[in-house]
Design a protein around this ligand. Structure first.
Ligand code: CP
Ligand code: NVA
Length: 308
C-alpha cells in the first residue's frame, strides 16, 4: 500500500517524481489552473474520501478540485458527523471505508489516528495535517520555491517562530531535498529533537539560532506560521504571543536576509502578528503561489499513491 504519511517516510526519488509530475500537470493547464477537467483523467471512476476533524479552506478545496480535475469524485466527511466521532474505532472505520472508496485523505489531531487509519486501510491514506506534521503543504512549498528560484538543494531556509507541525515537515524536507534550515524561536517552542536528528543524519545542516536577525543572514527564504495552531489551547494564546513577539517576520527582519529572499506562509495568517502585511503583500512574498500549488502537488501525490 502506497500511503503518503510524511516527507521523511517517502523516498527521495518518489518525492522528486511527485514534484516533477505536479509541475508537468500545472504547465499542461497553460496558466489556467482552476476549474474544469484535465486532458488526462487518471482518476476516472475513482472515489476519494476527504475526512476533516479540524477546519480547513485550502486543503479541503484543493483536494476536492484536484480529484475532479483528474476525473474522480470526492466525498467530504466531517469527523464529528461520522461514527468515528461517536466511538467507532479507527481500525473499523478504515476497513469499512476501504470497501467503498479508492483513496482516503484525513486531517486529524493526534498522529496515531492517521497511523492507525493507514495500518487498517486497504486503500492509500494521505496525511492532510496532524498536530505533528503537514507534508502536503511542504511539497507545495518546495515546488513553489523551485518555480521561483530553481533547485532548493543547498539553499538556506529560515523558520521563524513556533517549531510546530508545519516546521516539522520543513525539517523533514530539508533532509530529503538537501537544503539547510535554521530555526529561530524561543527554546520552549523548539522543533522536535527526533526530526532535527533525522535531517542532520540525512546530511542537512539544521541550526538553532535564538537571535532572529542573525538567523536570517544569507537566507534564500524566510517562512513562518501562526503562533497558535488548531491543536493549541486558546488558554495558551497570551503566553505564546509573549514568547513569539520577537520572532515576527517584518521588513526590518527581511532586510537581514538576501535581497531576493522569498517569504512563505502556509496560511491562514494572523496579519501583524507572525508576519506584517508589508511582508505578506511585498514583492518577495509567494504566499498565494503556495496556496495554488497545493492543488498541483496534491494531484501528483494522489497519482503516486494510486499508481496512475
Ligand atoms: N495551509 C492549510 O493547510 O490551510 P487550510 O487549513 O485552510 O487547509
Ligand atoms: N500550524 C497550523 C497550520 C494550519 C494550516 C495549524 O496546525 O493550525
Amino acid at each position: 500500500m502506497t500511503h503518503f504519511l510524511d516527507i521523511h517516510k517517502t523516498d527521495t526519488t518518489s518525492l522528486r517524481a511527485i514534484i516533477d509530475n505536479a509541475r508537468q500537470m500545472k504547465s499542461a493547464r497553460h496558466g489556467r489552473p482552476k476549474g474544469a477537467k484535465d486532458d488526462d483523467l487518471p482518476l476516472d471512476g475513482q472515489m476519494v474520501a476527504l475526512i476533516f476533524e479540524k477546519p480547513s479552506t485550502r486543503t479541503r478545496v484543493s483536494f476536492d478540485v484536484g480529484v475532479r480535475q483528474m476525473g474522480g469524485q470526492t466525498m467530504l466527511l466531517s469527523g464529528a458527523e461520522m461514527q468515528l466521532g461517536h466511538g467507532e474505532t479507527i481500525a473499523a472505520t478504515a476497513r469499512v471505508l476501504s470497501r467503498y472508496v479508492d483513496l482516503i485523505m484525513i486531517r486529524t489531531f493526534d498522529e496515531s489516528v492517521l497511523l492507525e487509519m493507514a495500518e487498517y486501510s486497504d486503500v492509500p491514506v494521505i496525511n492532510g495535517l496532524t498536530d505533528r506534521t503537514h507534508p502536503c503543504q511542504i511539497m507545495a512549498d518546495v515546488m513553489t520555491f523551485e518555480e521561483h528560484r530553481g533547485p532548493i538543494a543547498g539553499k538556506k531556509v529560515v523558520w521563524s517562530g513556533d517549531g510546530n507541525n508545519v516546521c516539522s515537515s520543513f525539517i523533514h524536507a530539508a533532509g530529503q531535498f538537501g537544503f539547510d534550515l535554521t530555526f529561530t524561536g524561543p527554546a520552549q517552542l523548539d522543533p522536535e529533537d527526533e526530526f532535527v536528528g533525522l535531517a542532520r543524519k540525512a546530511g542537512s545542516k539544521i541550526t538553532v539560532e535564538r537571535d532572529p536577525a542573525r538567523a536570517v543572514e544569507g537566507a534564500d527564504m524566510v517562512v513562518t506560521d501562526t503562533w497558535v495552531s488548531m491543536h493549541d489551547s486558546q488558554s495558551t494564546k497570551e503566553r505564546r504571543h509573549n514568547m513569539l513577539r520577537g520572532y515576527q517576520v517584518n521588513e526590518e527582519l527581511m532586510a537581514h536576509a538576501k535581497p531576493d529572499a522569498l517569504f512563505m506562509h502556509c496560511l491562514p495568517a494572523h496579519r501583524e502578528e507572525e508576519a506584517t502585511s508589508a511582508v505578506m503583500d511585498g514583492p518577495n512574498s509567494v504566499i498565494f503561489d503556495e496556496a495554488e500549488n497545493r492543488l498541483h502537488a496534491q494531484k501528483a501525490i494522489m497519482r503516486w499513491c494510486l499508481g496512475v
